[in-house]
Design a protein around this ligand. Structure first.
Ligand code: SAH
Length: 260
């Protein structure tokens, strides 16, 4: 099986040492499931000072990454036909699990990391997609890039010990994951729900579905459907009359506990 390539253009390649200490991701590197190739922007800098940034035209605070070094670094990357180029920016589309799943079918992701006040506008056209980690501003694109490498790698076949662990987890479907427990049975007076030690797998499945719904409704009703959810005045009542309303909200049948 050929490896998945991550090619990253960055001014701080050392930041990526972190991925050598990230458990399953490190294992994927060791097993050659992924390669992480770093392109040090400084090496593509201009003049004897290897300049990579400059003051913004029109004035204003801080420095902006120049276009030439980024272009040079980008052009030195060998591109596969199944490749996408992502630009890290707080102005991009907020990253979702389904983006990672879609990219995991490719064999290369190229990531361009900004720094300082950002980058010259003319590098935007290198990107297939502009991606944001969320509505907050970081000092550079390295941590977002590492997040993408991490999140995508764990979806690749052979990375996780048990691929089934991907099935139920949060954001795989539109629901958050159900509560999880491990030993001991009682910890500081908090007891594991009886159902989980009942040995009744059907009931456990059903309980987990119910908890998934309940949790998503309480914490992230926007994941279910903002529009439809907002049409209903009292969300608490819906939970009580779950079967009927769940069908309305998510548009399909679900076998939910009758006592709910
Ligand atoms: N002045 C810029 C922000 C610069 S932050 C603006 O207002 O858009 C410096 C760099 O950090 C960015 O170029 C980007 O590569 C990275 N960065 C910061 N926040 C990010 C976020 N939420 N998602 C992805 N990248 C981010």
């Amino acid at each position: 099986m050929s490896s998945f390539n991550f090619d990253v253009v960055t001014l701080f390649p050392k930041a990526f040492e972190l991925i050598n200490n990230l458990g399953v991701i490190t294992r994927a590197l060791d097993k050659n499931l992924i390669n992480v190739n770093l392109y040090d922007l400084r090496e593509y800098g201009e003049g004897s000072y290897r300049q990579v940034d400059d003051k913004p035209y029109g004035g204003g605070a801080g420095m902006v990454l120049k276009p030439e070094p980024i272009y040079k670094a980008y052009e030195s990357i060998r591109k596969s036909p199944k490749s996408q180029t992502l630009l890290m920016t707080p102005q991009g589309k907020v990253l979702k699990q389904k983006d990672l799943a879609r990219w995991s079918t490719l064999d290369q992701i190229i990531i361009i990391c900004g720094q300082y006040e950002g980058f010259d506008e003319r590098i935007r056209c290198l990107a297939d997609q502009e991606i944001s980690m969320g509505d907050y501003v970081l000092s550079g694109g390295e941590i977002p890039a590492i997040s993408i490498i991490n999140g995508l790698t764990r979806l690749l076949p052979g990375t996780l010990g048990d691929p089934d662990s991907l099935v139920d987890e949060s954001h795989n479907s539109s629901l958050l994951e159900y509560p999880q427990y491990t030993r001991p049975l009682t910890f500081k007076d908090m007891k594991v729900p009886d159902i989980l030690v009942s040995g009744n797998h059907e009931e456990i499945k059903s309980w987990r579905k119910r908890k998934s719904f309940e949790r998503t409704l309480k914490r992230r009703s926007d994941l279910i459907s903002n529009e439809k959810y907002n049409q209903i005045p009292q969300s608490k009542r819906i939970i009580e009359e779950s079967n009927k309303f769940m069908k309305f909200i998510i548009g399909k049948e679900y076998d939910i506990y009758p006592d709910w």
